[in-house]
Write a protein that binds this ligand. Structure first.
Ligand code: TYD
Length: 200
């Protein structure tokens, strides 16, 4: 049986799907309910995370397998390291992570053998997995409005494939994980309310 981490909530989706917005809204809601909440994200702010961001910006080019392993290594530290996910869980926190290993399967799976990505991500599944399923055109429109520098994956052809990978990977989510797939055509508030139905 696959290991499941209780009170661990993961929000996933392609760039521009709104994972950050929904993670923050959910954190606020759970805090108002009196729960202790640790809101976190991948890539993290660690030194490994900083190196990943450099690669994502296009400033530093490395082999896709190396990038895949950097994400796994950042994740291992995020999960097991000091002040990480597991430590917070043991201290009674709900942990919300904006992205987790499904991102590696969806994104790194484009340029690296899927079996390589899966085998190098031997991490427990979350209790809740929320997938924000947004059409690529809508996601790109949101990214455009946000402004700032584009990252290496923020292109239509790439995001189409990433979305397909996310969808085909839904089948690997264990039945013990509470899975919610939300169509991204909905607005921020409607999506938020749908997410809350998992917790009320
Ligand atoms: P993103 O959530 O878009 O961060 P920000 O909004 O701060 O830029 O994540 C950065 C990018 O990293 C995004 O394109 C997805 C990618 N990514 C992977 O390719 N693999 C992974 O394992 C993770 C966690 C993210």
């Amino acid at each position: 049986m696959k290991q499941i981490l209780k009170n661990f909530i993961v929000i996933e989706g392609i760039d521009g799907a709104g994972t950050t917005t929904q993670s923050k809204l959910l954190a606020k809601f759970l805090e108002k309910e009196g729960k202790k909440v640790f809101l976190t994200q991948e890539p993290t702010d660690s030194e490994i995370g900083k190196l990943i961001r450099k690669v994502l910006s296009g400033k530093c080019e490395i082999d896709p397998r190396s990038l895949s392993l950097l994400f796994s290594s950042d994740r291992a530290e995020h999960l097991y390291g000091k002040g990480g996910v597991i430590e917070h869980m043991e201290n009674g926190f709900y942990v919300i992570s904006d992205r987790y290993f499904q991102s590696s399967i969806a994104y790194q799976g484009l340029s690296v053998e899927k079996s390589f990505v899966i085998e190098t991500n031997p991490f427990p599944f979350p209790e809740y997995y929320i997938f924000l399923d947004v059409e690529v055109d809508m996601a790109l429109e949101r990214i455009g409005k946000r402004g700032g520098e584009k990252e290496i994956f923020e292109k239509k052809e790439i995001l189409e494939k990433v979305r397909k990978n996310y969808i085909s990977e839904l089948g690997r989510i264990p039945t013990e994980t509470r899975l919610m797939r939300i169509s991204g055509e909905k607005g921020i508030e409607e999506t938020h309310s749908e997410i809350l139905s998992l917790f009320t």
